[in-house]
Design a binder for this molecule. Structure first.
Ligand code: HMG
Ligand code: MG
Length: 316
């Protein structure tokens, strides 16, 4: 019989799941963009270094957006050179050609555009309609793909529910996914920006995307944990063959342009479940918890992650 290591779950594999999951860590971007206080650049750089030391291989670093829209990430030009030597992928968000120019000038090789399935969020987040934002992304993606070895992720927000429009019809989501892929995005990340999805909805959306010819290998999932559904939704996605999962260390996160968005699925909670399922992630859970506890001390409040609390005996 397998015996669990102390502080780790008993590994018991379940049938029909991927053998390896790539975690796309978003704490430094999705997490810190939503902090009231601006975190000093040196602390962000140290956070990303510590995350890289846990075995995470994809660490979203920052955004090259308008600094007035997201003041918390206005130091992108200072931050990126402090971490660009790390032997990990460091994706950055670029909404338009101005953002792409800024990112490429610093040597970024992984960029992400970010679309919305709903008109309300496209307006709030990008000051554009859905189609106007797709038109804004088109030259970004084609220029990025014209560069040597640049990988482009396409985020799609509000895939399940929207705070202004309610439940989001599946065909609306499928249309924008197809547009992003046809534009040349290498992968898509399906965002539950406000964390309202439940597993049946996830299964239904993934089935509709497969039917529309979207390969599951090109899909990642990005769950916020507002209603405590993020892990259940992740399991539903794994059962459909998804093997890229976004998460944020310590459960940091939210979106300043969607009031009801709270933190992302905590990376520690994800790693705990995946370890229990016998799925390899390459992440050292102890080091990750220590990193989130260190970051929580800088932010002046405990991590909302259940796993961080359990393993660190952090006060709530
Ligand atoms: P706009 O006001 O419509 O911009 O904002 P514009 O195109 O009219 O340009 C106005 C001025 O901004 C110009 O300067 C531009 O040069 C400048 P001026 O000529 O007036 O001096 N400008 C820029 N400056 C620096 N960097 C840039 C840039 N672009 C224009 N890249 C814009 C349009 C897209 C810029 C704005 O809406 C914006 O920056 N939005 C970013 C919003 C954001 O970052 N949201 C959070 C990320 S999305 C998210 O969190 C969801 C996700 O996690 C998935 C999920 O959970 O669902 C990804
Ligand atoms: Mg998000």
């Amino acid at each position: 019989m397998n015996t669990p290591e102390l502080g780790l779950p008993m590994p018991v594999p379940a049938a029909g799941l991927p053998t390896h999951v790539r975690i796309h860590e978003v704490g430094a971007r999705d997490g810190l963009q939503n902090e009231k206080a601006t975190v000093p650049t040196a602390v962000k750089a140290e956070f990303i270094r510590r995350l890289a030391g846990t075995g995470l291989t994809t660490i979203e670093a920052t955004s090259f957006v308008h600094p007035k829209w997201v003041p918390q990430l206005a130091d992108a030009e200072d931050l990126y050179p402090q971490i660009s030597d790390l032997p990990v992928s460091l994706p950055v968000l670029v909404p338009n050609e101005r953002g792409l120019d800024r990112a490429l000038a610093l040597g970024a090789r992984r960029v992400a555009v970010f679309a919305s399935a709903t008109e309300s969020f496209a307006k709030a987040n990008l000051n554009r309609t859905v189609d106007e934002s797709l038109a804004m992304f088109e030259p970004v993606v084609s220029r990025a793909k014209g560069e040597d070895d640049v990988h482009v992720r396409g985020y799609l927000s509000m895939c399940f529910g929207d705070p202004w429009e309610g439940p989001v019809p599946v065909p609306q989501v499928v249309r924008v996914c197809r547009a992003l892929l046809d534009m040349g995005c290498d992968e898509l990340s399906l965002g539950d920006t406000i964390g309202v999805a439940t597993p049946g909805q996830v299964t239904a959306l993934l089935a509709a995307l497969t039917e529309a010819g979207v390969p599951v290998s090109a899909l990642g999932v990005h769950f916020h944990d507002t209603y405590g559904q993020a892990l259940a939704n992740t399991l539903a996605a794994l059962q459909q063959g998804v093997s890229t999962v976004d998460a944020s260390a310590g459960g940091l996160g939210g979106c300043p342009f969607a009031k009801s968005a709270t933190g992302n699925l905590a990376t520690e909670d994800l790693v705990w479940m995946l370890r229990g399922l016998g799925i390899d992630t390459g992440v050292d859970l102890g080091r990750l918890v220590a990193t989130s506890v260190w970051m929580a001390a800088h932010l002046g409040r405990p991590s909302p992650s259940r796993t961080v609390r359990a393993l660190s005996h952090q006060e709530s």
